[in-house]
Structures are given as structure tokens and as C-alpha cells.
Design a protein around this ligand. Structure first.
Ligand SMILES: [Zn+2]
Length: 291
């Protein structure tokens, strides 16, 4: 029951992107319609229902094992599994699709048309909230300028072909991309040597953000006050420190502790927001135990 037209599933592609392209290749405007034609539902697909993914794999001529591994499948109240790792709901931009405009153009080819855009695909990396820059092009990952239907990759981006083609969405951040490079390598099954490889991808992103914000913008800076580009720079700085290992991290904490302050300053004042984060926030989780 393979469909007449199929598309290749890329090793770093999110399952929803594949489904969106498969639908478009067969003249259907959305995943929802593709599923409906096969008497399946979008709700089941989003729940990671195995029978639904099995049928989708058969329709698209790809293996069920690959398609289910590359999907974000709910694994708990607020967690998802993808590529054998767990991700917190709050660290995922599930449903909202982002792209690197340069990757999109590269996939589609020199002439960006509704036909060639079928070749553009959504990377798993782009669904992680802590990933903000394309590791290949150092370009900020962008959401569609206006809200569109969730989960529908091609439907979302077909409206913005002129802007993508003209480079209107391009924004280079050359200092960014180190965390993202690590994730991209992990997605190919290649774990780099640095200390960062001791952490799950999800927790690593949060730790790099927190450390980097403190390093680059001061110990009392908050995530909310920074732009995506500023956060990309911070995340890269945090990654560099964390990847260097425990000695470098301890040296950094020592520096914070010895910074001139009032002698009666409590740890909270000395370490700034990192203190609260490690003590009570996400940083206290078992995933960050090496830290
Ligand atoms: Zn790119």
C-alpha cells in the first residue's frame, strides 16, 4: 500500500516533517489529510501511536523502526522520546516549525519553487528549544513570520518562499552554534570527546544556556530579557566552558565566588542565578549530576 510518490527519509529528519513532505508529494495539503485518507487520525499520530506510525511507514516506503525513532513520542506526563533520548516538553518547540533559511535553500536547489521545496526537510535539531543557530551556516533558526497550522512543515513554509529565497529571513551569528554542532554530531551517532558528552542532549542545552548567560551577560541576567541571537551566543559560550570539563567549570565558579562583593554576601548573591538554578531548578535534576 505504498503511495505512488514517496520521499526519502533523512537520518536527521523529524517524523512530522517526513509526513508533511509525503503528503505534499501526493498532492495533499496536510498531514491531517494524508492520515484521514488512510483512516488514521492526527491526534493518534501526535500521541506517537505505533499502529499509525507503522501505516505511515508502509505508505511512505520507509522502515517503521526509523520512523518511530525519529518521532517525538510522549513518554510521560511532560516528556517525549526521540532518537533514544528523553526530552522535557518545555525544552521542545513541538508543533512550531523553525528552519535555517540557508539549509532550506540548499535542500530545495538553486530555483526555489513549490516543486523544489518538497526537498526541504525539518531537522530534529530544529525542534530543540536550546538550539538557536544552524551549526552549518551559523544562521539563526527562524519561525514563520506569522503563526500557521502546527506540525505542518511544508504548509507553513510554502507561504514564505519569496522571503526565504531572497534571504530576508537570514541572520548570521558567527559566535553561535557549538551546542548545535554537538547535537548534530550526536544525531549521526558520533559522540564527540569533550566533557559535554556526559550529559543527555536535553539537559546539556539547559546547562549551556544557564552557564553561558552568566558568563556573557552577567550572573544576574535572565533568559527572558535576551534575544534569540544573544541567547545563541550565550549557549555557545556555555557549551565551550562545560565541554572543557570540571576543572574549568570549578575555576569559573571560584571566580564568581571571589568577585568583589560585600563580605556578608550569601552564595545566592555571589553566584547569581546559577545558584538558584542548581539548587532548586532544572539544574538539580539527576541528568545534570556530573555538574
Ligand atoms: Zn543551515
Amino acid at each position: 500500500m505504498r503511495l505512488q510518490n514517496t520521499v526519502a527519509l533523512h537520518a536527521d529528519e523529524a517524523t512530522a516533517s517526513f509526513a508533511s513532505r509525503l503528503a505534499a508529494a501526493n498532492g495533499l495539503p496536510s498531514i491531517a489529510e494524508l492520515l484521514m485518507d488512510a483512516e488514521l487520525s492526527m491526534a493518534e499520530f501526535l500521541k506517537g501511536d505505533q499502529e499509525t506510525i507503522k501505516t505511515l511507514a508502509a505508505l511512505g516506503g520507509v522502515t517503521f523502526a526509523d520512523l518511530t525513532r525519529q518521532a517525538f513520542v510522549p513518554s510521560g506526563v511532560s516528556t517525549y522520546r526521540c532518537m533514544g533520548q528523553q526530552f522535557g516538553m518545555y525544552n521542545l518547540l513541538r508543533g512550531r516549525s523553525r528552519i535555517c533559511p540557508a539549509c532550506f535553500r540548499g535542500d530545495a536547489g538553486p530555483k526555489l519553487t513549490p516543486d523544489t521545496m518538497l526537498r526541504a526537510y525539518g531537522r530534529i535539531l530544529w525542534a530543540l528549544a536550546s538550539a538557536r543557530v544552524c551549526p552549518v551556516h551559523k544562521m539563526v533558526l527562524v519561525s514563520a513570520p506569522e503563526d500557521t497550522v502546527q506540525h505542518e512543515f511544508l504548509d507553513t513554509w510554502s507561504l514564505w518562499l519569496p522571503e526565504i529565497g531572497e534571504g530576508d529571513l537570514d541572520h548570521l551569528v558567527v559566535e553561535g552554534g557549538l551546542y548545535e554542532e554537538h547535537v548534530a554530531r550526536w544525531l549521526t551517532g558520533d559522540l564527540p570527546d569533550g566533557w559535554a558528552s556526559n550529559f543527555p542532549i536535553d539537559a546539556l542545552g539547559a546547562a549551556c544556556e544557564m552557564l553561558g548567560i552568566s558568563q556573557v551577560y552577567g550572573k544576574n541576567a535572565t533568559l527572558g530579557g535576551l534575544t534569540e541571537a544573544e541567547l545563541a551566543v550565550a549557549t555557545s559560550a556555555g557549551f565551550q566552558l562545560l565541554d572543557a570539563g570540571p576543572i574549568e567549570i570549578t575555576t569559573y565558579f571560584e571566580r564568581l565566588r571571589c568577585d568583589p562583593g560585600k563580605p556578608q554576601d550569601r552564595p545566592q548573591a555571589r553566584y547569581g542565578r546559577i545558584y538558584d538554578w542548581l539548587k532548586r531548578g532544572v539544574g538539580d535534576g539527576f541528568e545534570l549530576e556530573p555538574l
